[in-house]
Write a protein that binds this ligand. Structure first.
Ligand code: HEC
Ligand code: HEC
Ligand code: HEC
Ligand code: HEC
Ligand code: HEC
Ligand code: HEC
Ligand code: HEC
Ligand code: HEC
Ligand code: HEC
Ligand code: HEC
Length: 305
């Protein structure tokens, strides 16, 4: 009898010892999602509809610590019945530093789109994953808003205004989205453009403009954005300036063959050619220079064919 009691107390003692040392290290204090559910049934339900709750995939939180894969060990929180500061609060408005909020997510998401997160402009400006994703929502890609455009334009209000302009990429028609051109998690190229440089991105969909061409127009080869804006413009098609001023940023009017010229005389009576009129013909550069992106015609040097 005494022997049995001794063994029993040794077991109890060992158990207490292990738990206290784990508590000191802050580890292993997991209570499991079922416990969380007792007090947070709505959050439990919303989580259950998310990809993360799929138990069949061994990589998901459901197959690991459930709620606590993201919110951290919750024993102290459950015991204290929700005392402040006992659990990781992940919503974008909470005071938890972004780095801490993102750590559990980045612990699992180490590949694919997120690899360049560190050092990206969004990371540097203190964005959290939860600014754009909410695992308690059913929206596609775990978004925090119903559509990707809404996710982005809640902060990028100027871009939202640009999308409303007459000439625009069909984003508001939902035929395109921001992530067709950007990777919000970080890129090699500037401005989060998801290509080595922006012209390569444009060629993905506008292959007809891609060279090599017999007669190239240097600004086209250099950067499409010299003449076009990516999001929206009052001038079709997505032009940065009105015609012909767009061209005249680089080209002067002098000596152009499209100007009407006539033989006249100067003060000393010499016969010279003068420009009579440059209104009628001069402005619509594209009427003659139809191959503005470059030409493959043997005599297309001046981009007229
Ligand atoms: C005994 C009840 C109880 C249990 C069990 C419980 N919570 Fe809570 N929790 C609360 C209360 C109360 C609050 C504070 C009021 C609120 O925001 O609902 C809270 C708040 C939170 C918050 C927000 C904290 C804040 O400061 O805004 C999160 C996140 C949270 N709980 C997650 C969990 C997770 C994950 C579990 C399971 C590990 C869990 N809770 C278990 C009662 C509980
Ligand atoms: C994949 C990570 C992840 C899992 C798993 C997860 N959550 Fe959350 N939870 C979040 C994020 C991110 C937010 C912030 C949502 C937002 O934008 O408001 C959040 C918000 C909450 C909140 C609201 C607290 C606040 O910030 O106001 C509660 C409560 C909560 N979760 C409980 C749970 C419970 C309970 C479970 C398990 C049934 C769970 N979570 C599973 C990531 C997760
Ligand atoms: C325990 C590991 C784990 C944690 C922690 C985790 N995730 Fe996930 N997440 C996954 C797995 C597995 C998938 C399945 C998709 C895949 O990557 O193949 C997934 C999918 C996603 C998706 C795509 C969902 C979709 O519907 O296409 C997003 C977005 C996402 N997670 C964001 C987050 C965010 C934000 C956090 C932190 C709040 C987080 N994850 C925490 C494992 C995790
Ligand atoms: C500025 C908004 C934004 C932030 C911040 C953000 N994401 Fe995303 N995330 C997106 C968008 C948009 C997509 C959809 C991309 C697509 O469809 O190509 C996405 C997709 C994903 C996916 C699915 C990727 C796939 O391969 O399809 C995962 C996983 C993910 N994000 C994880 C994270 C994690 C982890 C963080 C935090 C480190 C994070 N995201 C921060 C906007 C964001
Ligand atoms: C919570 C606010 C917020 C959300 C949501 C957000 N951004 Fe940003 N974004 C910023 C901030 C802050 C900056 C850096 C300052 C700036 O240039 O405006 C930035 C910068 C950028 C830049 C320019 C990067 C650079 O290097 O200059 C791009 C492109 C961008 N965001 C795209 C997106 C896309 C696409 C989404 C949606 C998937 C998105 N953002 C969602 C806040 C946000
Ligand atoms: C057709 C491709 C494309 C699409 C679609 C696109 N962008 Fe961009 N975006 C670009 C390019 C290219 C740049 C770089 C501009 C530069 O270098 O001047 C850029 C620049 C930006 C910038 C930083 C420079 C600035 O103008 O302030 C932000 C912010 C931005 N985009 C947000 C968005 C958001 C939000 C969406 C979706 C509503 C979106 N973009 C859709 C191609 C695109
Ligand atoms: C993901 C595909 C995609 C990418 C990448 C893309 N575009 Fe587009 N672009 C489109 C679509 C779709 C249209 C609309 C075509 C239509 O309405 O017939 C369009 C239309 C245009 C137009 C004509 C607009 C008008 O009002 O008629 C211009 C100019 C243009 N894009 C320039 C660019 C530039 C510059 C880039 C690189 C920064 C780029 N595009 C990248 C798909 C793309
Ligand atoms: C020198 C200025 C300039 C540059 C640089 C430029 N474009 Fe254009 N682009 C124009 C003009 C002007 C038009 C209108 C042509 C017309 O109306 O006949 C146009 C029209 C377009 C159109 C719509 C009509 C069409 O041809 O399909 C697309 C798409 C386009 N450009 C894509 C691009 C891409 C992609 C690049 C970079 C590889 C680029 N542009 C570089 C001036 C330019
Ligand atoms: C960013 C400056 C820039 C802009 C804007 C620009 N061009 Fe050019 N263009 C050049 C350069 C540089 C050359 C090459 C000049 C050379 O080879 O001597 C060139 C060459 C040409 C040529 C062929 C010249 C030749 O040598 O035969 C024509 C025609 C032309 N551009 C028309 C236009 C038209 C029309 C526009 C407006 C839609 C325009 N360009 C906008 C810089 C520009
Ligand atoms: C009526 C037709 C026509 C119009 C309109 C026109 N061009 Fe030209 N342009 C030509 C022809 C034809 C040539 C070739 C002349 C030659 O080879 O001597 C040419 C040549 C050029 C050249 C090559 C250099 C030069 O001066 O010979 C440039 C640059 C140029 N045009 C730019 C423009 C710009 C910019 C506009 C609009 C402001 C414009 N053109 C309007 C027909 C036109």
């Amino acid at each position: 009898m005494a022997q049995k009691f001794l063994i029993f107390s040794v077991i109890i003692f060992a158990a207490v010892l292990i738990t206290t040392s784990q508590r000191a290290r802050g580890e292993g204090m997991y209570v499991g999602s079922e416990t969380c559910m007792e007090c947070h049934d709505e959050w439990y339900e919303s989580y259950m509809k998310n990809y993360h709750a799929i138990k069949g995939d061994p990589r998901t939180p459901a197959a690991k610590q459930g709620c606590e894969s993201c919110h951290g060990p919750g024993a102290a929180h459950a015991e204290s019945e929700g005392e402040e500061g006992t659990i990781l609060v992940l919503n974008p408005k909470s005071a938890t530093p972004a780095g801490e909020k993102n750590r559990p997510c980045l612990g699992c998401h180490t590949k694919g789109k997120v690899v360049l997160w560190h050092g990206s402009s969004h990371e540097q400006r203190g964005l959290a994953c939860s600014n754009c994703h909410n695992p308690h929502q059913e929206y596609p890609k775990g978004f925090s808003k119903p559509t990707e455009t809404e996710v982005c334009t809640q902060c990028h209000k100027r871009i939202r205004a640009e999308l409303l302009r007459q000439s625009h990429h069909p984003i508001r028609e939902e035929k395109m989205k921001c992530s067709d051109c950007h990777n919000s998690h970080g890129t090699i190229a500037e401005k989060l453009v998801d290509a080595q440089y922006s012209n390569l991105k444009c060629f993905e969909c506008h292959a007809n403009v891609r060279g090599p061409l017999l007669w190239e127009h240097p600004p086209v080869v250099e950067n499409c954005l010299t003449c076009h804006t990516p999001h929206g413009s009052p001038r079709t098609p997505l032009l940065r300036a009105k015609m012909p001023y767009l061209c005249q940023r680089c080209h002067s009017n002098v000596g152009h063959s499209s100007q009407l010229q006539a033989r006249g005389a100067n003060e000393s009576g010499q016969s010279v050619y003068r420009v009579l009129n440059n209104r009628g013909f001069y402005r619509a550069c594209l009427n003659c220079h139809v191959q503005i992106h470059g030409s493959n015609h043997p005599s297309g040097k001046s981009l007229v064919r």
